[in-house]
Design a protein around this ligand. Structure first.
Ligand SMILES: [Zn+2]
Length: 207
């Protein structure tokens, strides 16, 4: 997109942190997972609607954000997909929040749609929205505290730790591993394999 203001990862994390700051104050708790719908309705004052959304050219649309109408629409025709993929709904909602906060001025009517093929997208707006979603659902402080408090259960020596963390924070395995890499808990080889500090090799992610 022309004239797009690119955000650095640290900037995106900082913005997500201010949302979490309000969240923490309003909720007065640090219960996991982060309640995304609460953020949409009570912090950003956006309408959250479930409507049928028709895609063109066989493209499946999961959701749409329309800043001029201060609304996020979820595609009710895709209810089955949301029900069958764990945490997909939370991921999509957080991604749309990212667009609303970061790209409000760039999104015109009827809105910006979340397509099924988004994981393969190289569009910087999509990348930024996804980074925002990861920072929002996996706040650095919450994640580090949680790992410290559950150190008996968490060893990063196998998939058990990954599933436990992904389930606790309500995120996909992919989102969790990429966030752990940004925080420095996992490292990544030139060939894209994720390695823990204890030397466990999780291999490459299949997105
Ligand atoms: Zn998007």
């Amino acid at each position: 997109m022309e004239n797009h203001h690119y955000y650095k990862y640290e900037q995106i994390e900082k913005i997500s942190k201010s949302v979490i700051y309000y969240y923490r104050n309003l909720r007065n708790d640090i219960t996991l997972p982060i309640d995304v719908e609460f953020i949409i309705e009570h912090i950003l004052n956006l309408k959250l609607l479930w409507n049928p959304i028709k895609g063109s050219d066989g493209e499946v649309i999961l959701a749409m954000v329309t800043p001029t109408k201060t609304q996020i629409q979820m595609n009710s025709d895709q209810m089955q997909m949301f029900d069958s993929v764990p945490n997909l709904e939370r991921t999509v909602l957080s991604h749309e929040i990212g667009h609303f906060i970061l790209h409000k001025l760039e999104i015109t009517n009827p809105g910006h749609s979340y397509k099924r093929s988004i994981a393969k997208s190289n569009d910087p707006l999509e990348r930024e929205a996804h980074q925002f979603a990861a920072c929002l659902l996996l706040p650095r402080d919450y994640l580090l505290d949680f790992i410290r408090l559950n150190s008996k259960k968490i060893d990063f020596n196998g998939w058990g730790t990954i599933y436990f963390l992904a389930q606790s924070f309500g995120v996909t395995k992919t989102m969790l591993m990429l966030r752990l890499k940004e925080i420095g808990i996992l490292s990544r080889t030139i060939t894209g394999e994720f390695i823990s500090q204890t030397g466990h090799n999780y291999g490459q992610l299949l997105v």
